[in-house]
Ligand binder design. Structure first.
Ligand code: SF4
Length: 402
C-alpha cells in the first residue's frame, strides 16, 4: 500500500505538469464523446501484461473517468500456455530430461497433473532436473557443459522467436538440447478478443486498444492495421511509462471524438510502422505458422510457431515424442472456479473471481493468471484492486486539479 502511494507520488512529482495536462485532456475528450454519443461506459483493452502492470502499479485507473474501463487482454504468454504442454514438460522432467524454463513457467500449474504432480516445481521436488534460466543463451551454455538430454521450454510471444531463430541458424545449440517451441502470435488473439467482446452487447464494448509495445518492436505497428480497419476502433502502440499509457488513452479518446479509427505509434522511441525486418526474416526462416491452442480459449487460427521441417534436429516435439494438442482433443483447461479465461479476454476483473486472494494467491497460485509477473491476477494481488484504486481516486484527482 505504502509503496503504491510512493510510486504514484513519484509519478506525479516527475511528470506533474505533463500528467495534469494529459489527464485534463482525457476528461475533456471523455465529456465530449459521452455527450455526443450518449455512451456512459466503454472499455479500452490493454493487451499486454506489462501495460497492465504499469496501469495497476501506478494507479492509472484512478486518474481517468470512471466510465472508462481499462481491461487486460491475453498478453501474458504464461497465462495462455495450455495445461497440456505443462504436463508434457513434467513428463519429460520425470523421464530424466533436463528442462530449462523461465521462472514463472516453473510455478505454472497444470489442470490434470502427471502422477499427482502439477507443476515443474513439484517435479523438481521429486528429483526432476529443472533449471531456471533468463534466456536461451544461458540454457545453451549450460547444456553444452553437461551434455545430458535437455529441452528448452520456448514460451513467449513474437519478441523471443527471433532469438531462438538466431541460435538455430548460427548452430550454437548443442545436439543434446532441443527446443519445445510454444511461441504464440499475438494478433490472432487480439482479433478473437474483439470478436468475443462484440458477441455480448450488454457489456460495454471495447472501443480502443492499447497495443503491445514490445511485440510491436518486432512486428511493427502495421500488425494492428486489421484491428483499426475491421473493428473501426483506435489502436495506439504504447510505451510502458505511466505517462505513455495516459497519452495513449488520450489519443484513443481523441480519435473517438473525431470519429477516427487509426493505428498510432505513441512508443516512437522503439517502434516503427514496419517493425524489425531482420528479426521478422529470421523468425520466418526458422518457424512455420500453425493453428495453436490458447489456455482457456481453445484453438486460434495461425496463432503459434513451430520449427520448420528443415530444423527438426532441434525440435523437442520430434526428438522426445512430445504430443501436440489438436482441436479434436482440446478440452477446457482451467481449474475449477478460476475465471482466468474471462480475465484474459477482458470479460472479468480478478477481483470478480471468488478465489482471488482467498484460495488463490501469488504464494499459492491456482490459475495461470496468478503465476507470472505479467498475469493480471498476480498484478492485482500485488498492487491493489480496482476498488482500492477507485477509493484513492478523489484524493488523487484533487491533487492533480483534474
Ligand atoms: S484469482 Fe486465481 S483462480 Fe481466480 S481468475 Fe485469477 S488466477 Fe484464476
Amino acid at each position: 500500500m505504502s509503496s503504491l502511494l510512493e510510486d504514484m507520488e513519484n509519478l506525479l512529482r516527475k511528470n506533474k505538469e505533463l500528467v495534469r495536462v494529459v489527464v485534463r485532456k482525457i476528461n475533456e475528450y471523455w465529456y465530449l464523446y459521452s455527450r455526443k454519443t450518449g455512451i456512459s461506459r466503454l472499455k479500452i483493452m490493454d493487451f499486454c501484461g506489462t501495460h497492465e502492470w504499469t496501469i495497476t502499479h501506478y494507479g492509472i485507473r484512478s486518474l481517468i473517468p470512471q466510465g472508462i474501463e481499462l481491461v487486460a487482454g491475453p498478453g501474458c504468454p504464461v497465462c495462455v500456455t495450455p495445461s497440456h504442454y505443462v504436463e508434457e514438460l513434467i513428463k519429460l522432467a520425470l523421464d530424466g530430461i533436463v528442462v530449462y524454463t523461465y521462472g514463472d513457467v516453473y510455478k505454472l500449474r497444470s489442470h490434470k497433473g502427471v502422477n499427482n504432480i502439477y507443476s515443474l516445481s513439484e517435479a523438481r521436488a521429486v528429483g526432476g532436473d529443472i533449471r531456471l534460466v533468463s534466456d536461451i543463451l544461458v540454457a545453451i551454455n549450460d547444456a553444452r557443459k553437461h551434455n545430458k538430454p535437455s529441452v528448452f521450454a520456448g514460451i513467449g510471444f513474437e519478441t523471443i522467436a527471433p532469438g531462438y531463430a538466431q541460435a538455430i541458424l548460427r548452430a550454437t545449440i548443442p545436439s543434446n538440447m532441443k527446443i519445445l517451441s510454444l511461441v504464440k502470435l499475438t494478433p490472432p488473439a487480439m482479433f478473437y478478443t474483439l470478436e468475443v467482446s462484440r458477441e455480448k452487447p450488454t457489456e460495454p464494448p471495447i472501443m480502443g486498444v492499447i497495443a503491445p509495445g514490445h511485440v510491436s518492436t518486432i512486428t511493427g505497428a502495421k500488425a494492428w492495421e486489421p484491428v483499426a480497419e475491421n473493428y473501426e476502433i483506435p489502436v495506439v502502440v504504447s510505451g510502458f511509462e505511466p505517462v505513455d499509457v495516459l497519452v495513449s488513452i488520450m489519443e484513443i479518446l481523441r480519435q473517438l471524438v473525431k470519429g477516427e479509427s487509426r493505428v498510432v505509434i505513441e512508443y516512437v522511441r522503439a517502434v516503427s510502422y514496419h517493425g524489425d525486418l531482420t528479426a521478422q526474416s529470421l523468425m520466418w526462416r526458422v518457424f512455420n505458422m500453425v493453428d495453436d491452442a490458447w489456455r482457456g480459449i481453445g484453438f486460434l487460427p495461425k496463432s503459434g510457431l513451430r520449427l520448420r521441417e528443415e530444423y527438426s534436429e532441434y525440435d523437442a516435439f520430434k526428438e522426445y515424442g512430445v504430443r501436440e494438442l489438436n482441436p479434436a482433443d482440446w478440452k477446457y483447461d482451467m481449474p475449477m472456479g478460476c475465471r482466468c479465461a474471462e480475465v484474459v479476454l477482458g470479460k472479468a476483473y480478478p477481483s470478480q473471481c471468488p478465489l482471488f486472494l482467498k484460495a488463490c494467491t501469488p504464494q499459492k497460485p491456482i490459475g495461470p493468471c496468478m503465476v507470472s509477473i505479467e498475469g493480471t491476477c498476480a498484478i492485482w494481488a500485488k498492487y491493489g484492486s480496482r476498488e482500492l484504486l477507485l477509493k484513492l481516486s478523489s484524493e488523487l484527482k484533487s491533487e492533480l486539479g483534474a
